[in-house]
Design a protein around this ligand. Structure first.
Ligand SMILES: NC(=O)c1ccc[n+]([C@@H]2O[C@H](COP(=O)([O-])OP(=O)(O)OC[C@H]3O[C@@H](n4cnc5c(N)ncnc54)[C@H](OP(=O)(O)O)[C@@H]3O)[C@@H](O)[C@H]2O)c1
Length: 331
């Protein structure tokens, strides 16, 4: 039998296990021009929370009682398609199913001899692209500038900080535990870090660690953490609004300080970022990330949960900060 995870109810506030349901059906039969895929690794990502709600956004909402989709690495176990052979591995936006068929649309072959398969969901996949393109296209880092990264020990944030160091920036990360702050410095080469859970005055903490002010802010979390950073921006600062995980589970519209005067006073740029808008730059970005990875200039962490049934819990754990680097479920 073939297992599937469907969206049983739209989460209200923090997602719960009961918002998801496991169903079983037959393993599909493939026709001419189709392949059978066996799921190997599933990416769980904070942005999926937005698709579980029916509010209008840049991506269409998941339908109730239908399978959830995310980035998946799968093995081709049967092929009636000229472009794919049994034993190939592919990545794509696929359904949370153990087995599924495909006509190959939207799938990319991945080469397990180039990097571990899970890396194609992280540093060499959507999260690496987000870090690279958000920072280079909007942040435009210059040597000697100060870069602050929130969600710094996560999949995107940990790569952003390392690219910032390659660009010659002073890099400060904000994360949710002392262990994560230690990791930022010891593993990813950040200059310093702030544990937002033990810091009363984030504005002051950022000011202390950024004596020359903040030139670039790569924001993965939004909310009061960002309020603390914004009080320290320099003239011509660039604020990359990549994610807002601290507000994804809010049931009322969050309010905070008005940012307009700060942006005007500092001639600062605040720009929302969606990685899909930069698709034409994906090949050059992946090429650069792969070179840095090979040269040992960047590294990455993964939290790998095991078992198909654990996908919903791994997703929920993102909102508790239980991951270091990319959260992945190995099937
Ligand atoms: N715009 C795009 O194209 C794009 C693409 C990819 C990702 N994103 C966004 O980028 C952000 C990071 O994504 P990711 O895949 O790299 O996830 P991630 O950072 O690996 O995982 C989420 C992390 O968020 C932190 N977090 C959870 N709840 C929080 C809260 N209330 N306040 C502050 N931090 C909280 C946790 O770390 P701590 O322990 O430090 O709290 C957790 O580990 C997300 O907001 C995501 O939506 C955007």
């Amino acid at each position: 039998m073939n297992k599937t995870i469907i969206l049983e109810s739209r989460p209200v506030g923090k997602p719960k296990l009961s918002d998801f349901k496991k169903t079983k059906d037959e393993i599909p039969q493939i026709k001419a021009g189709e392949i059978l895929l066996k799921t190997a690794y599933v990416s769980v990502d904070p942005y999926l929370r937005g698709r579980m709600s029916d509010a209008k956004s840049y991506a269409v909402p998941f339908e109730l009682h239908q399978p959830i989709k995310s980035g998946i690495i799968a093995e081709v176990t049967e092929s009636n398609h000229n472009g794919f052979s049994k034993g190939d591995f592919v990545s794509g936006l696929l359904e949370w199913k153990e087995y599924q068929k495909s006509d190959g649309s939207g799938l990319l072959k991945v080469d397990p001899s180039k990097a571990p398969l899970s890396a194609f969901l992280g540093v060499l996949g959507m999260t690496g692209l987000t870090a690279y393109l958000g920072l280079t296209e909007i942040g435009k880092p210059q040597k000697g500038e100060t870069l602050v990264v929130s969600g710094a020990a996560g999949a995107v944030g940990s790569i952003v900080g390392q690219i910032g160091k390659i660009a010659g920036c002073r890099v400060i990360g904000i994360a949710g535990s002392d262990d994560k702050v230690d990791l930022l410095k010891a593993k990813y080469g950040f200059d310093d870090g702030i544990n937002y859970n033990t810091t009363n005055d984030l504005n002051e903490a950022v000011a202390t660690l950024c004596p020359d002010g903040v030139d670039i802010y790569f924001d993965n979390v939004g909310g009061h953490i960002s309020d603390g950073v914004l009080g320290n921006i320099n003239k011509f600062a660039r604020l990359i609004i990549c994610g807002s995980i601290s507000t994804y589970n809010e049931t009322t519209v969050p309010v905070g300080p008005r940012v307009e005067p700060l942006l005007i006073k500092n001639s600062a740029l605040m720009q929302g970022f969606i990685v899909g808008n930069y698709a034409t730059k994906f090949p050059e970005a992946v090429k650069q990330l792969a070179i840095w990875l090979k040269e040992g200039k960047i590294t990455y962490s993964e939290t790998i949960e095991e078992g198909f049934d654990h996908i919903p819990q791994a997703f929920i754990d993102l909102f508790e900060g239980k991951n270091n680097g990319k959260m992945i479920v190995k099937i």
